[in-house]
Write a protein that binds this ligand. Sequence first.
Ligand SMILES: Nc1ncnc2c1ncn2[C@@H]1O[C@H](COP(=O)(O)OP(=O)(O)OP(=O)(O)O)[C@@H](O)[C@H]1O
Ligand SMILES: [Mg+2]
Length: 287
Amino acid sequence: MTLGDSPALLSLRLSAEYRGKGSVLRGVSLDVAEGEIVGLVGRSGEGKSTIASSILGLLPLKGGKCNGRILFQGRDLLLSKDKEMRRIRGREIGLVPQSPLAALNPNLRLRAQLDEAWRAHQSGKPDWKPLLASVSLPAEPSFLRQYPRNLSVGLAQRFLIALAILHRPKLLLADEPTSALDSITQAEILDLFGSLNRRYGLAILYISHDLASVASLCHRVAILHQGAIVECGATAEIFARPRHEYTQRLIAAIPKPPETHNQATAVRFEMESKTRPSATPVESSTV
Ligand SMILES: Nc1ncnc2c1ncn2[C@@H]1O[C@H](COP(=O)(O)OP(=O)(O)OP(=O)(O)O)[C@@H](O)[C@H]1O
Ligand SMILES: [Mg+2]
């Protein structure tokens, strides 16, 4: 796995299992360089969230355990004490989870959620305007007085991203952050991740079961299958020349946009028409 000239921010070699379930990850090897966006792709149940939980030190809470090494800025997180992990979680490594509305506290106004997340690691009272502007949310007091139930899923996801970058972490784990969103909102959130990466040099481990959604965002893609990374490389390279048959199947399963289908049909019809001297206007109009 190559990282170019950038030093590895995160470098893991990981095996994991759950009580009563057995082995889920078998020597997963994955690196994320500083400022890099890496897509971690695999079908449901392949162990993507298990990797995120392991990095955050949350696997024991889920009845799992892992071994190996998780080097973050040179420190092995698997050797870190609970107190140290509480400091790293949220402050140095942010998490954007899958279901935005479920992840927010329904009983707290948005301002109180920002204040609480801030106080978990720092003191003082920051001005929330620049943070909210950076995720394209309104900074008016009336917005911050709302409860999560007043937000659309897209706005809630932007708000969760604001919470995740509040302390300017070096690394963001985004675990299927767009799967609850419609396709237009999904594209907007992907744009937002791209702009946060460029503006702040934020490294992102972007977890998804959807290879198509990582194509526009990620610098590199790692494919997780049967507990191991079976293929990893530059996104364009993986799409152009997938070597592993599981990657080939994932790419083949990407739905074709209807325009492409219509264009292909139109081109095929045009070609067929040219080879059919007797093609009549009636035939054309029925297509
Ligand atoms: N707390 C748990 N206890 C036992 N088994 C679990 C637990 N959490 C996950 N698993 C199992 O571990 C495997 C990997 O789960 P994981 O949630 O990491 O997959 P995933 O790739 O994130 O899937 P999805 O795309 O559906 O989110 C699955 O077979 C799952 O059933
Ligand atoms: Mg998952």
